[in-house]
Structures are given as structure tokens and as C-alpha cells.
Ligand binder design. Sequence first.
Ligand SMILES: Cc1cc2nc3c(=O)[nH]c(=O)nc-3n(C[C@H](O)[C@H](O)[C@H](O)COP(=O)(O)OP(=O)(O)OC[C@H]3O[C@@H](n4cnc5c(N)ncnc54)[C@H](O)[C@@H]3O)c2cc1C
Ligand SMILES: *[C@@H]1O[C@H](CO)[C@@H](O)[C@H](O)[C@H]1NC(C)=O
Ligand SMILES: *[C@@H]1O[C@H](CO)[C@@H](O)[C@H](O)[C@H]1NC(C)=O
Ligand SMILES: *[C@@H]1O[C@H](CO)[C@@H](O)[C@H](O)[C@H]1NC(C)=O
Ligand SMILES: *[C@@H]1O[C@H](CO)[C@@H](O)[C@H](O)[C@H]1NC(C)=O
Ligand SMILES: *[C@@H]1O[C@H](CO)[C@@H](O)[C@H](O)[C@H]1NC(C)=O
Ligand SMILES: *[C@@H]1O[C@H](CO)[C@@H](O)[C@H](O)[C@H]1NC(C)=O
Ligand SMILES: *[C@@H]1O[C@H](CO)[C@@H](O)[C@H](O)[C@H]1NC(C)=O
Ligand SMILES: *[C@@H]1O[C@H](CO)[C@@H](O)[C@H](O)[C@H]1NC(C)=O
Ligand SMILES: *[C@@H]1O[C@H](CO)[C@@H](O)[C@H](O)[C@H]1NC(C)=O
Ligand SMILES: *[C@@H]1O[C@H](CO)[C@@H](O)[C@H](O)[C@H]1NC(C)=O
Ligand SMILES: *[C@@H]1O[C@H](CO)[C@@H](O)[C@H](O)[C@H]1NC(C)=O
Ligand SMILES: *[C@@H]1O[C@H](CO)[C@@H](O)[C@H](O)[C@H]1NC(C)=O
Length: 773
Amino acid sequence: MLRLFGLLAFAGSVLSQAALPYTDPENGINFWGFTDVVHNVTWGYVFPPLATSGPNPNEYIGEVVVPVVNQWIGFALSGSMIDSLLVAAWPNNGKIVVSTRYATSNVLPDVYPGPTITTLPSTTINSTHWKWVFRCQNCTSWLGGSIDVTSPSNIPAWCVSTIPVDDPADPGTSMVQHTDYGFYFFDFSSAHVTAAQYNNWAAGGTGPGSGGPTTTTTKTTTTSTAPPTATASPYDYIIVGGGPGGIITADRISQAGKSVLLLERGGPSTWETGGRYQPPWAQGKANLTKFDVPGLFESMFTDPDSFWWCTDINVFAGCLLGGGGAVNGALYWLPSDQDFSTNNGWPQEWTNHQPYTAMLKARLPPTDAPSTDGKRYLEQTSTVVSQLLAPQGYQNVTINDNPDSKDRIMGYAAYDFIGGQRGGPVATYLQTALGRKNFKLQLYTNVLNVVRNGSQITGVTTNDTSVAGGFYPLNPNGRVILSGGTYGSARVLFRSGIGPTDMLNLVKNDPVAGPNMPPSSQWINLPVGYNVSDNPSINLVFTHPSINDYDNWADVFTDPPAADVSQYLANRSGILAQASPRLNFWSALGASDGETIWMQGTARPGAASWNTSYAFNQTQMFTITAYLSYGVKSRGRIGINAALVGTPLVNPWFVNPLDKSTLITGLQNIVSTMGQVPGLEMITPDNKTTIPAYVNAYDPATMDSNHWVGSNIIGTTAGQAVVDVNTKVFGTNNLFVVDASIIPALPYGNPHGQVMSMAEQAAAKILALAGGP
Ligand SMILES: Cc1cc2nc3c(=O)[nH]c(=O)nc-3n(C[C@H](O)[C@H](O)[C@H](O)COP(=O)(O)OP(=O)(O)OC[C@H]3O[C@@H](n4cnc5c(N)ncnc54)[C@H](O)[C@@H]3O)c2cc1C
Ligand SMILES: *[C@@H]1O[C@H](CO)[C@@H](O)[C@H](O)[C@H]1NC(C)=O
Ligand SMILES: *[C@@H]1O[C@H](CO)[C@@H](O)[C@H](O)[C@H]1NC(C)=O
Ligand SMILES: *[C@@H]1O[C@H](CO)[C@@H](O)[C@H](O)[C@H]1NC(C)=O
Ligand SMILES: *[C@@H]1O[C@H](CO)[C@@H](O)[C@H](O)[C@H]1NC(C)=O
Ligand SMILES: *[C@@H]1O[C@H](CO)[C@@H](O)[C@H](O)[C@H]1NC(C)=O
Ligand SMILES: *[C@@H]1O[C@H](CO)[C@@H](O)[C@H](O)[C@H]1NC(C)=O
Ligand SMILES: *[C@@H]1O[C@H](CO)[C@@H](O)[C@H](O)[C@H]1NC(C)=O
Ligand SMILES: *[C@@H]1O[C@H](CO)[C@@H](O)[C@H](O)[C@H]1NC(C)=O
Ligand SMILES: *[C@@H]1O[C@H](CO)[C@@H](O)[C@H](O)[C@H]1NC(C)=O
Ligand SMILES: *[C@@H]1O[C@H](CO)[C@@H](O)[C@H](O)[C@H]1NC(C)=O
Ligand SMILES: *[C@@H]1O[C@H](CO)[C@@H](O)[C@H](O)[C@H]1NC(C)=O
Ligand SMILES: *[C@@H]1O[C@H](CO)[C@@H](O)[C@H](O)[C@H]1NC(C)=O
């Protein structure tokens, strides 16, 4: 299911980068802060002393030291882009222009009055850097939010942009989305100084002040506890990552009697797994979390507390139990023969997928009527879109009844929801695994690298401080399986000395990860990160008088319609029992080179963004997202940056111009019969913009469909592939990858159905491979 990459909310979880105390040598101020190693921007803050009684002071002193390539910077001490106080600044004519903003949704934030920000005299602008030192008063709380200056664990967000704001003289200027952003860990409770020091600096003074040493800096600079000596027990199989790939593999391998340790970096998701993040309307009434209720899918992207996204990956990735499968739209397509064909890059050994797809279907049958009463709700969008498509020859079908038929067919959206709740592998495969004594699931454990001696893996290094060296060993002949996702598994490989040399050198230069790498004589050069694909997708936004856009899903987490809540709580039926998509369709498009590229459409009530100069009725809005799927020609590259953050290096959309021209044709086909649907209006693009002009101007960063595959591509030849036909990493004896990253090319539909069938087959191949435990 598509979401806009450009709209990624700031989010929070525990990070390796932390603010530490430092003294700026130029102004003598004792800040706590950190320097981002990619952009070399320093972010520093210091708070006045806590109040001895009554409310704490509502201010702080901050500084940013910014290389001049950056045109503007911004930060949010609360770590969320939504419902947060955002401060942006940039130099203009020798002065710093400051802008405070606030956003309730993922759009250009509005100017927000309230804070009093004073630029302090040690601010400088020279040929290489601009340094802004400032006092921010009335800055610790704002409409709908605050920071807790006594809290030891906070995750501030930062962003930078190399693209200037539209009007640098105007604090209220518009600007395009930042070009990069990130997070770090900050112990606010330690970053306080004496009143004398603070007042001196706040008044523009410099130097150590007259108040003596800072009050508290001992907290994180000393560790009195002895290093742990406990040794972790060895396992036959260590599986890294509890997403769809990892869970299914862990279940099948533990079912075969092997001892299995499943390590997941995130925390629980659904109630059944221990998750407790409940919508207010369920609290005290039902054991339901945000991750259980299908209708809350759209709210994943608009929540100020979106702790479930990985904060060290620059595209949407789920960092919690279930991975992407715990937060996705759950659109579920049984894979077709074509999806696993040699034509789509699979080795011959993989083409007989049917037994594995049948096993998957038996555990997790798809449904296109997820409400437990069997009725369909909020179906106006499917009615209107089927009226639009029927004159183009589309047949109305049950999509999963015939996975190989994907030309001019349409049908109700299908999901892996169960009993009106999120089902997927967490509710099925994981539960059987948890019932076995030889299976252990461990949450909040981040695998940093595999430990290897040449080609032999001996275990994994984690951030678990309760065992010596964070080390989890394998039994003799044991195996490690990486299932960290397209970005997560690639990073573990880089940190283990496996991948292209440029990526491995970034790891080597990292002060923490570098020393854990094997020597360069043992590096294994494989095309990790190359060959990735993700569906290029373009949104068309329409209105029709029959549509109910469900308030664009805006209040669905906090305050949905009372009747829908009571129906869902009583019976798990109604609108909340389904995610937003209502209709899906496919057609085969001829590319001008004579080959065929398939287009998928997903229609849903509401819209993420729109752009029209005409007035329109928002409550009648719906979106058709059109993606290129099977046969898409473009490939990109993903990797890490110097901060070891997972990131696209070459975007995989429209690299090959035939993809763009083919999708333009597909979009023109979609709208070609608009005249046959009375009352249907397209508002984005509106009638002032043609489809080609719209596609040509489309921001590539918003073409992301979150369907990344291919960074550890499967194949028969080491130079062209990362894993062999048994999913074993070339050049190793006992390291495997089973997740979306091994998929060589996109399937017809949203990919997690194929990921799950692939994991069934991979588990069988790994168990059958000689030499294991
Ligand atoms: C917003 C969004 C919407 C989507 N909508 C759909 C949809 O509707 N239908 C569909 O078919 N697909 C959808 N997808 C794609 C689908 O969710 C993914 O293809 C699928 O989840 C991939 O599964 P995976 O097992 O490869 O990896 P992931 O789901 O990414 O799981 C990886 C897991 O490993 C963990 N992990 C990573 N690194 C480490 C480490 N070093 N140590 C320990 N744990 C680690 C992560 O926390 C995560 O739990 C969507 C994806 C997103 C992000
Ligand atoms: C950041 O600093 C490092 C080391 O000084 C340098 O190699 C790198 O090019 C700098 N990056 C930027 C974006 O200025
Ligand atoms: C502080 O900011 C709030 C908005 O967050 C504003 O309503 C209030 O007037 C401000 N107080 C002062 C003293 O400026
Ligand atoms: C420019 O300013 C930065 C930040 O204050 C400082 O580190 C740097 O030395 C200055 N460079 C020059 C050439 O003055
Ligand atoms: C919710 O779960 C708790 C245990 O975690 C249980 O005691 C309670 O009965 C459950 N409530 C409902 C409504 O199912
Ligand atoms: C598809 O056909 C079925 C059965 O005829 C019908 O109930 C349904 O409304 C149709 N769906 C659409 C989207 O037209
Ligand atoms: C390890 O990392 C995870 C998430 O990345 C985090 O939740 C956990 O607290 C970390 N553990 C330790 C001991 O730091
Ligand atoms: C690494 O493997 C080699 C043989 O391949 C062996 O001689 C050596 O002892 C091993 N080193 C360690 C530290 O296990
Ligand atoms: C993967 O990428 C590499 C490097 O660009 C290329 O040589 C190789 O042909 C690609 N493999 C496939 C299967 O696309
Ligand atoms: C739940 O379902 C039952 C049986 O269909 C029905 O009688 C009842 O009204 C439903 N409850 C709500 C709140 O919709
Ligand atoms: C909105 O559409 C107009 C053309 O109608 C275009 O010039 C403008 O760039 C678009 N704005 C955005 C933010 O896409
Ligand atoms: C907007 O659409 C809704 C739902 O169709 C309708 O109730 C409302 O009257 C419309 N508003 C206007 C201003 O036309
Ligand atoms: C363009 O759309 C607007 C708003 O729907 C409509 O008023 C106008 O007549 C349309 N113009 C043309 C040339 O179709």
C-alpha cells in the first residue's frame, strides 16, 4: 500500500547516537549535543536549573553549527513532526532568520506564534559555516504538546535541507520538504546548569560563568557496573528479525525440532504479543491496540507518537514485532506462477511455488470481506471506480481465486485480517512457534553484525548488555538467518564485512561498528544493495457525490463515529474491521519496446494530498493509486550513509524512461472513461494539468510504495547475486537471508503474500540442505 515517503513523520525509539556534554570553545557555553556525521551539523542545547517548587522554567539555550551547503535547518525537541513545536532557521544577508512552526498533519507546517527566540551575540556566519546561538523562551510546551525537561530519555529530531526556502527574508516563507533528517537520544534530565551560568549565557555572556561547575554530568559519563560475564546459550538457528519472513521461517524450522532463537529489535505490536498502545476508545473496553484494528491503518502516518517506525532507516520500515506486517495495509495477494517464474528472475529451483503457497493459504486464508458479519462497508469508492473501469473491459472477479489472471480485472481489496482484526504471521505462525519449548523469541534486541571467521559464522553480536559482548553463539553447524528486511538485512551484512567496498569502508570508519568488522582480507564483495525495486506509484485524486471519505480517516484513532466504535467493539464488524483500500485492479500495458508491464490500481476513500485551484468538496474525495508492478524495468540501489542510516542511494523509480511512458499510458487509460460516470471530477491533477505534465512534475520522493525488494537478490552466480538457490550468502558456510530482500523482481501485487510463500519455501530448502544442525 502506498504512502508518501516525503511525509515520513519524525518518530522515536532508542538510538545509538546520543547527546553528550561538550563546551563550545568559541563561546564557552556547556551544551549537551551531538554532531551528525553525514552533514557535520552540530546540535546543542542546555537548560536552566529545575525549579525547587512550582513549574520548571520553560526555556533553553541552543546552538546549531551548520556547514554552508545546508540552506536551512530545523529541529523538534519532542521528536515528532506532528503536534510539535518545530524551529527552523537559515542565514540571510548576514543575519539568521528564525521561524517557529506547528503541524497537525503531514503538510507544510503553519507558522506558530508563542515562543520568544533571541539570537545571542556568539552567532557567526563565515565562508564555511553558519552558527546560530539562541535563547528559546516559552519553548517547552505548546498547543497540544510539551517536552519533559526532567526526563532521561528523549528522542529529538533534526532536519537539514540543501534547497533554499522560497523567500529567505520572510520567516513565514514556504519551503520544500527537508532533504535529510534524523534522531538521537538525549538525557534532558542531565543537561541543566546553575542559574548563574544560565543567566549569564542567556544575557549574551560567554565563558564558564560565575556559578561553578555544571550540576550534573555524571549520569552517562561514568559506568560503575562491571561488564556482564553471563554467556548466552547456543542455538541451532538464530533468526534476525521478526517480520513476515523471519516469523514464518522460525515457525517452520522450530517445527522440525531445531532450537531457534528469534531476535527482534523492536517491541510488541498486537495485544496478544504484549502490545498496549490502545486507541482511547478501546481503553478499558477491549484488548485492542492500534496494530490490531484494521481501520487504524491510515492513522499510522498521522500519529505524533509513531514509535513503530525504524528511526535509522530513511524510508518507512516497521521496527516492532511483525515488522512491516504489523503496520501495513495488509493487502494480500496469493502469488502467481509468473511471480515465481525464471522470467521474473527466480532460479529454476524456485518455480514450483504452489505447494508452499498452498501451505501459506492453509495457515492464512485471504479475505475480501474482513468485517465479521460478511458485509462490506464504505463501498462507494469501489462502486464508482468499477463504473469507471467497466467500459474499458475490466471484469469483476474475486482476485485471489485466480492469481495468474491480472489483465483488466478488478475486485474487492483482499487482506490477511482474521476475525475483524490484524492477523498475518503474528497471529498464526508466531503463535505455534511460541508453543514450542525449542523456540525462543527475544524482543528489543538489535543484531549489529554476525561474528565470522572467514566463511564460518559463529554467532551474532547484539546490543544486549546482559550477556558478555552482546554475543549470542551458534551450536556446532548452527546457522544464522537474516530476516531484517530489505534495508535491515543489508545493513547487518555491511557491518559483517559483506557487500560492496564503498559500504564496508563506511562501516570501517565508524568508531563503534568499525572495530567489530572482520579484517579486510576477509571481506566478501557481493552486490548487496544493488538491483532493488519498488513500485513507482502515482496518485490521482477525485471527487464524486456518492463518496463518503470518512473524514479522510483523520480522527479514526482518537474519535471515530460512536456507532462504528460500538459495532466494532461488540462484533468486530463495520468500517473499522477493514483498512482503507476498497477496490484493486490490474491491466497489462505494452511498453514501446514490445514488452509488457503490468499496472496495479488501489482505490480508497480519502487522500493524502491534493493540488487544485478549484473549490471542491473534501468529504467526497477518493484516491486511485496506480503502480507499475510485474515487468517494471527500473532498478535502484540502497545502502547506508556515514551515520550507518539505511537509505536509498539511487532511487528505483523511472530510471528507465519506458517505465514513465508506460505509467503515463496507464493513467490516461484510467481516466479515459470519466465522461461515463456522471458527477466524477478529477481534482489532482485538475483540468489545467495534463497527465504527462503531472507525471513529469511528480516529486520522485513521493513515488515510494514501501515495497522494497532485491537488495540481497537470489541467483546462481556470486557476482550477480547475494544469496544462492538455498538462500545462503555466497562465500559463507552458514549465513542465510530470508526476507523481501532476496526477491529478484516485483510480483504483480503488493508483495507480502509473495514474501510469505517465499519464506515457506526457503525454510524447506534450508532444512533440506546438508551440513546443518
Ligand atoms: C507502510 C507500509 C505499508 C505496506 N503495505 C503493504 C500492503 O498493504 N500489502 C503488502 O503486501 N505489503 C505491504 N507493505 C510491504 C510489506 O509490509 C513488506 O514487504 C514486508 O513486511 C516485508 O517483510 P520482511 O520480513 O522482508 O521485512 P520486515 O517486515 O521489514 O521485517 C523486518 C523485521 O526485522 C527487524 N529487524 C531489522 N533489522 C534487525 C536487526 N538488526 N536486529 C533485530 N531485528 C531487526 C525489524 O524490526 C522488523 O521487525 C507495506 C510496507 C510498509 C512499510
Ligand atoms: C563532514 O566532515 C568530514 C570529516 O571532516 C568530511 O570528510 C565530510 O566531507 C564532511 N561532510 C560534509 C557534507 O561536509
Ligand atoms: C507562549 O506560547 C503560547 C502558545 O504555545 C502562547 O499562547 C502564549 O501566549 C505564549 N506566552 C507568552 C508569555 O508569550
Ligand atoms: C567558521 O565558523 C565555524 C563555526 O563557528 C568555525 O568552526 C570555523 O573555524 C570558522 N571558519 C573560519 C574560516 O573562520
Ligand atoms: C484483557 O486481557 C486481560 C489480561 O491481559 C484479561 O484479564 C481481560 O479479561 C481481557 N479483557 C477483555 C475485554 O478481553
Ligand atoms: C462484482 O460482482 C459481484 C457479483 O456479481 C457483485 O456483488 C459486486 O457488487 C461486484 N463488485 C463490483 C466492485 O462491482
Ligand atoms: C537495543 O536496541 C533496541 C532497539 O534498537 C532497544 O529497544 C533496546 O533498548 C536496546 N538495548 C539496550 C540494552 O540498549
Ligand atoms: C578460524 O578458522 C581457521 C580455519 O579456517 C582456524 O584455523 C582458526 O583457528 C579459526 N579461528 C578462530 C578464532 O576460531
Ligand atoms: C545486479 O546489479 C549488478 C550491479 O549493477 C549488475 O551487474 C547485475 O547484472 C544485476 N543483477 C541483476 C539480476 O539484475
Ligand atoms: C452485534 O451483533 C449482533 C448480532 O448480529 C447484533 O444483534 C448487535 O446489534 C450487534 N451490536 C452492535 C453494537 O452493533
Ligand atoms: C500544483 O499544480 C500546479 C499546476 O496546476 C503546479 O504548477 C504546482 O507546482 C503544483 N504544486 C505542487 C506542490 O505540486
Ligand atoms: C459535501 O458533500 C457532502 C457529502 O456528499 C454533503 O453532505 C455536503 O452537503 C457537501 N457540501 C457542499 C458544500 O456541497
Ligand atoms: C475545469 O474544471 C472546473 C472545475 O471543475 C470547471 O469549472 C471548468 O469548467 C473546467 N474547464 C474545462 C475547460 O473543462
